[in-house]
Structure formats: C-alpha cells, structure tokens
Write a protein that binds this ligand. Structure first.
Ligand SMILES: [Fe+2]
Length: 333
C-alpha cells in the first residue's frame, strides 16, 4: 500500500476509534492484509448479522505479520487476514494463533488450510500470464513459468516483486522446485524483466504493449474487464495448468490471535468468511477471487476454479522469510 493510501486508511479508521471510546460495545480488531475494498464490502454484512462491530486496520501482508510478531501477546488484534498465506505461516510459526474449531474450518477443502487448524484459507487467486494479443501469438506462450527465465524472453516480461502476490508465487516455487532452482529462475527474471510497483501497473504496461507478458493474478484482468476494459482489452490471460508452478493457486488466510480477548467473536467472523453466506458475499463482491467453499461459485466469464490444475503445495510450508531473503539476494528488494 502506498504512503498516501496508508494515510487515508489511518484517517478513515480514526472515527471508528473515537466512536469506540464513547460506548461500552467491544469492537473486534481485524488486521487486514487483503485488498481493503473487499473487507469494506464484507464487514458490514457481518455486523448486520451478528451485531458485532469491527474495526479494520489495513496494511500489507508482511508489514502486518511483522507487526504481530513484534506486538506478541500485547497485540490489540483479534483477527488476522492475509492477502496470501506466507505472512500467515510466519505468524503461525511464531505461535501467535489460536486453534480454530472444526466447524469453523470444515467448509473449506483440506488442501486450502493447515491440518492443525491454526488458520484457514477463505478465498483463492490463480497465478496467470497476461499477454498483449498484438505482440504474442498463443503458440508463442511458454509451457512453464520457469521458461520466462530463458534468454528468449529478454525485455519482454513485467512483474511486481515488492507485492505479496508475486512473493507468494516465489514461495510456491521454492516449495515445488527448491531454493537453488528458484534463485536461478529469479536471476533469469531479473535479467529479462521490468519491475513495477503493483499488479495493476503490470496489467497497464502489458495492455499498452510496453511489455509483452506480465505475471499477475487472474482477478486484476477480470476486474478491469468488468469495469471498463480500458487496461485489459488489448490483452488476454494464459493459464499454465498442468500442475506447473505457474498454475499456483494462492489462498488468503484468516486466523484468530491467541492473545485476543474476543476469541468467540473472532471465531464468528472467521466462521462467517468460511460458510455459505460470507462465501456468497465474496463471490458477489467486486473481487472476482475464488470462493473456497464448494457450495459457492464465481459466475462466468471467470475461468472455473475446478479447471485450474494447480500444483500441490502445502499451505503451511510457504515461507515468507526465505522469499524475502532470496528476493534481496537477487536484488529485487
Ligand atoms: Fe492482489
């Protein structure tokens, strides 16, 4: 998130804080790494249903996970929501999460939550390659995300290594291919690519023809199509499939802090996110991210979730620290 956006988020949060002082109603504090707009759409539905007030403090995944680790048992946070799972795994490994009840996590299929119930996925995003239709023919598209490190892609790729989305893809690559192969791949990308701050910028650069292909998540393109097509009409999405690292499906995580003094309400919030009503609200929102509850589906034209053929990744194994180390070594951070 930009400095300005943080400032605005802070100003928006201020009235909540003031309102909270005036009455005795306890307020659930949510540290939110997911896109802010999604929570702005979902949280009022939860409050209407339950009467539980929420205060959303948004930031980026690693900023918030580092803050939680620093705050430890003194954290004011009750719920932690991440955009991608590596930041959640970091907080899990620090022992800061409360084990969730079975009925809170059971609506979510097992591959999208850790077996120990320390947190759960609640929405998913697919890695994709966006390509400029005038510059690249479908027959020229790579078989694997790994191929983009080859010299033939020099000067043609763009991506956003400072964002939690790209960092989750790197975490999956480490899990699937190992640290050494991931470093080699990143060095190839460094030699071939142009980096931008944010996936929306990558989308724009590919659409304008500045870049031939870009590594993003599916929803950036679909959202732009749903809004105007201004930044996506000249481009198309390529889904790698075949369990390729490029078909990695990343989950946004939800967890309850062990230090929370509102654990029951915090569990209700996570339960809202995993059960049909919250999942339907997710599906109906602007987000176009995949609901994980099998009872709920995104409407076309979004490529169906069960057709993605993602590689098998253990969500708890995705390591944020290792990703930051590698990106720093290669010179992206
Ligand atoms: Fe994103």
């Amino acid at each position: 998130m930009s400095r300005t956006a943080l400032l605005i988020a802070g100003l928006l949060a201020a009235p909540f804080l003031l309102a909270g002082c005036g009455d005795d109603e306890p307020t659930l504090v949510i540290y939110n790494g997911q896109h802010e707009q999604l929570l702005d759409e979902l949280a009022p539905t939860f409050t209407d249903e339950t009467g539980i007030k929420v205060e959303i403090r948004s930031g980026d995944d690693l900023g918030l996970s580092n803050q939680l680790v620093q705050e430890g048992s003194k954290s004011p946070a009750d719920v932690f929501l991440t955009e991608n799972s590596p930041a959640m795994a970091q907080v899990e490994q620090a022992g800061l999460l409360q084990k969730l009840p079975q009925d809170v996590v059971s609506p979510i299929p097992a591959p999208y939550r850790p077996a120990g119930r320390s947190w759960t996925g609640f929405v998913a995003r697919s890695t994709v390659l966006v390509y400029n239709k005038a510059e690249i023919k479908p027959s020229q598209l790579p078989t694997s995300l790994l191929d983009l490190a080859d010299p033939e892609w020099k000067g043609k790729i763009s991506f956003s290594p400072t964002g939690a989305d790209f960092q989750a893809i790197v975490a999956a690559m480490i899990d699937l291919e190992g640290e050494a192969a991931t470093k080699t791949w990143l060095e190839g990308l460094k030699a071939n690519g142009t980096t931008y701050d944010g996936n929306n910028v990558v989308l724009e650069e590919v659409n304008s023809g500045e870049s031939e292909v870009g590594i993003i998540y599916h929803y950036y393109w679909y959202r732009d199509q749903a809004e105007s097509g201004d930044n996506s009409d000249n481009s198309a999405l390529y889904f790698f499939g075949h369990q390729d690292p490029g078909a990695f499906v990343s989950v946004s995580g939800a967890g309850v802090l062990a230090s929370s003094d509102m654990k029951s309400e915090a569990e209700q919030f996570v339960s809202f996110l995993t059960h049909e009503e919250g999942q339907q609200a997710l599906a109906d929102s602007y987000a176009l991210e995949y609901p994980l509850n099998p009872a709920v589906h995104l409407a076309p034209p979004v490529k169906p979730f069960d057709s993605l053929q993602p590689p098998k990744v253990n969500v708890s194994d995705l390591d944020a620290t290792l990703v930051v180390d590698l990106l720093t070594q290669v010179g992206f951070l």
